[in-house]
Design a protein around this ligand. Structure first.
Ligand code: AHG
Ligand code: MN
Ligand code: MN
Length: 337
């Protein structure tokens, strides 16, 4: 009978000082999952309370998850925090050596629909009383996300690969169920909100056109599409069976840099994906090389199997695609390899 490693055992290999923070975050995720699973029994978790700092509709569960994460931050002596649900970053424990950026509840539009939602976190070295959230993504010490779905999962990396833990409902223990995940290259699945097609740039339209063209098109194979509206659910699916995720910038007001935030969504997801052998890009270069200019800065996000993301980068960097669509480089992508 296989005996799975517990989170406690896994964290013995974590960088010095990180284990208490991840342990506290994992405990907060258990509380958030409990609240999520109550659904309508916990009142109106999906009710809109107003807008958050980034102009998103703030739901009751966003606020409750934020409160639970703040308890975890205080309990584990974090030096500074940034959150999707806070206007600006905050100093916490002056003796702390790590800073944490988090999205306490990702996928809020799905709260009332019983779809998988989650929590995303990124752990960085603190910078004394200076703002620690202007470091490149590759400065992260650890990152991960929880998925509250049919299973309660914790996906985690501290730079030595990406592991998946499952919360055992029989005893409340997190157990490693997948070690050193590697993203497969042979998937024909892409995830994008296709209702935004008319707002995209030519490179993204060309990529999706080629998928939609199927076997008669330049990719010479048929594709499948998924869009859940929860970044954590899409990311876990891609870790499980490959594929690519696209949230491009588009011409809508406020969406020029897309919808996802660099600090507490793209950076942690990119760390997890790269540690699983995948790639995460803003369409031109590596997400982990980007330095946030502000806490809620948005970024176009493409991640998944390395080969698929590299194709998207080639399209974005191809001067022909950026120009007026010519017959040879039209929507059919006649000469696109
Ligand atoms: P959040 O609920 O934290 O704002 O995140 C929602 C994000 C992400 O989870 C998802 O991929 C994306 O928004 C969905 O965006 P659309 O509703 O525009 O498709
Ligand atoms: Mn989110
Ligand atoms: Mn959120």
């Amino acid at each position: 009978m296989q005996v799975e490693k517990t989170l406690e055992a896994l964290l013995r290999d974590a960088p010095q000082g990180v284990a208490p923070i991840i342990t506290a975050i994992a405990a907060a995720c258990v509380e958030i999952e409990r609240l999520t699973s109550l659904g309508g029994l916990a009142g109106s978790l999906g009710a809109s309370l107003g807008q958050n700092a980034d102009g998103d509709t703030q739901k009751e569960l966003d606020v409750r998850a934020q409160e639970l994460m703040m308890v975890a931050m205080r309990q584990s002596g974090v030096a500074a925090i940034a959150s999707e649900e806070l206007e600006d970053w905050e100093l916490c424990d002056a003796k702390g050596t790590f800073a944490v950026a988090f999205d306490p509840l990702d996928g809020s539009s799905n709260i009332d629909t019983n779809m998988s939602i989650g929590t995303i976190f990124s752990i960085l070295p603190a910078k004394g009383s200076d703002n620690p959230f202007t470091q490149p993504g590759h400065a992260q010490i650890a990152a991960g996300f929880a998925v509250y779905g049919p299973q309660t999962l914790l996906v985690l990396t501290f730079g030595k690969g990406t592991d998946v833990l499952t919360l055992d409902p029989r005893d409340g223990v997190w157990r490693v169920t997948r070690n050193h995940v590697q993203i497969t290259g042979n998937s024909t699945e892409y995830a994008v909100n296709a209702s935004n097609y008319r707002h995209w740039d030519r490179a993204v339209r060309a990529y999706v056109d080629d998928c939609v063209s199927g076997v008669e098109g330049p990719r010479e194979k048929n594709f499948n599409m998924r869009w859940i509206g929860s970044l954590v659910a899409e990311a876990f699916r891609i870790l499980t069976r490959g594929g690519v995720f696209l949230y491009p910038g588009d011409v809508r007001q406020g969406y020029r840099e897309g919808r996802l935030r660099l600090l507490y969504e793209a950076h942690p997801i990119a760390f997890v994906i790269e540690q699983a052998g995948g790639r995460a890009s803003n369409g031109h270069g590596r997400i982990l090389d980007m330095v946030p200019k502000s806490i809620h800065q948005r970024v176009p996000l493409f991640f998944g199997s390395a080969e698929k993301v590299e194709r998207l980068e080639r399209l974005h960097n191809d001067p022909q695609i950026g120009s007026e669509t010519s017959p040879l480089f039209g929507r059919r992508g006649l000469f696109r390899a």
